[in-house]
Design a protein around this ligand. Structure first.
Ligand SMILES: [Zn+2]
Ligand SMILES: [Zn+2]
Length: 94
């Protein structure tokens, strides 16, 4: 079974600015056409334009995500190292 951390499955992250909607970190304005905020569709179909605040917020959030991914990769590499070492020890013990 695939062990997936639900903390990284984040439906409350805004698709447009990357802000946490539940934490009120979304900086998107509501769309004048459909009234939705943070819907990428409004930017391609309803003529909304990204503000510099949205771009800044997205850039900041992307950096955070990149850091998280980097940490996960590092942790994973450590784990594989450990595993290889353990396997080797088991092998030599046989
Ligand atoms: Zn947003
Ligand atoms: Zn819209």
């Amino acid at each position: 079974m695939y062990d997936y951390d639900p903390a990284f499955d984040q439906p409350c992250i805004c698709d447009v600015c990357g802000g946490d909607v539940e934490a009120d970190a979304c900086v998107c304005e509501p769309c004048p056409v459909c009234g939705e905020a943070g819907n990428p569709h409004c930017y391609s179909e309803h003529g909304m334009v990204l503000t510099s605040l949205q771009k800044e917020t997205l850039a900041k959030n992307e950096k955070v995500w990149a850091d998280v991914r980097e940490q996960e990769r590092a942790m994973c590499a450590d784990w594989i190292d450990d595993k290889l070492r353990t396997d080797k020890l088991l092998d030599s013990g046989r």
